[in-house]
Write a protein that binds this ligand. Sequence first.
Ligand SMILES: Cc1cc2nc3c(=O)[nH]c(=O)nc-3n(C[C@H](O)[C@H](O)[C@H](O)COP(=O)(O)OP(=O)(O)OC[C@H]3O[C@@H](n4cnc5c(N)ncnc54)[C@H](O)[C@@H]3O)c2cc1C
Length: 407
Amino acid sequence: MHFIVIGGGLAGLAAATTIQQNGHTFQLLEKDIALGGRVQSSAINGHIIDHGFQVYLPNYQEGKHFFDYPNLKLQSFNPGSMVLYDKGQSDTIGDPLRSPSTLFGTLLSNVGSYSDKIRLLKLKKVAKRYWINPDEIDTSKSTYDFLIDFGFNQKMIDHFFIPFFSGVFFDKKLETSSAMFLFLYGKFATSLASVPSKGMGSLSAQLASALPHENIHLNEEVKSISTKTVQVASGKNYIGDKIILAAPLQGLLSGASQPVHWQSSHTIYFEADKAPHNKKLVGIVAKKNALVNNISVMSNVCKAYAPANKHQIAVSIFGDVYSKDVETKIKTECESWFGKQTSEWKYIKHFHIKNALPNQQQVRFTFDKTACKMGEHIYCAGDYMLNGSIDAALKSGRLAAEFAMKG
Ligand SMILES: Cc1cc2nc3c(=O)[nH]c(=O)nc-3n(C[C@H](O)[C@H](O)[C@H](O)COP(=O)(O)OP(=O)(O)OC[C@H]3O[C@@H](n4cnc5c(N)ncnc54)[C@H](O)[C@@H]3O)c2cc1C
């Protein structure tokens, strides 16, 4: 069977890999000049710059199946977080997900009560159970409501859960489904957030390297799909027995479901002569109306991210707080935690990803054939079919290809 795969992000690459592993052929069409979609890295002035701050969790089930871990040389953040408060105060906390008793640093010690520690232990068990038997737990609520109903103290929610998970979901109010919260809580609690030593883009590059490059067509934007024929912007037609649509292009299909709603993100990268701190920790901001959501010194986690004697700082902010002079505002805000040196930070690059994560008020962790089959020959894939994660993108691509191969 011959397949046309539309989209060269992780979902499309996973689909093409699955097709190839099963002895079929494919042509992959990608509108961009590079593969990887939302998981790419660029070399800029000696830095490895990911296209938006993101991390890989090595216990992602699909990732274990698709990636060759030793070759990725994963470099890990340490468990825990650096919490950055108002008035320049900061605190390093242990990892509440792994070991609830280590959560409370000096400043947080008056925040989480003893009963919150007990609740964290209970939450860990619930997250584990959820993964074994999802139907047993009511996840109809938002993450925020789930935490309130679980009994967590408001300060604990404001000083830990919101700053940490709002940066993960790109959702300040934690309206994201509690199912996604429990899924990621379980993942963060059992593996360390990591980046490959050559950048997040090596995840996509590794998958692409095992595919015949003559079957991959970059700069080919799909304009229409009709039965077995895909037409690209140049007017050329590609014909396949089956089509895997691994890009959110439902507008091209009749009878398609609702359009996807997206959360946006900004990551601004800086170079510094001196690292603001030497910890392999994500800094999360627990301050009302802050511009910065999280900040990481990437070169502390992986030296290769910055040239010798330089450091790389990744700052994430929410889409709705962006303003023109954002670089200056970030440096001013960060001065309260890291001192005057922030004025010396040199701007490297800004990534604004409009469609960063699908809205996750409802998520899935798997789907059946009817959910992905659109018409006789077309099968849909992409993280938006499940949830906003690398694991979901890979799984959606694999499932779509498997359903399409079975017919
Ligand atoms: C800033 C940021 C941070 C993130 N953080 C994390 C994280 O820490 N951990 C995690 O697990 N996940 C994270 N994610 C989510 C993860 O990156 C995505 O879930 C995953 O990459 C989605 O892959 P995909 O293949 O479904 O979609 P995409 O990567 O968007 O791929 C779709 C592809 O289709 C192509 N395309 C679109 N239209 C056409 C067309 N007309 N013709 C041909 N090609 C077309 C696009 O160019 C693109 O290459 C993050 C995402 C972002 C943006």
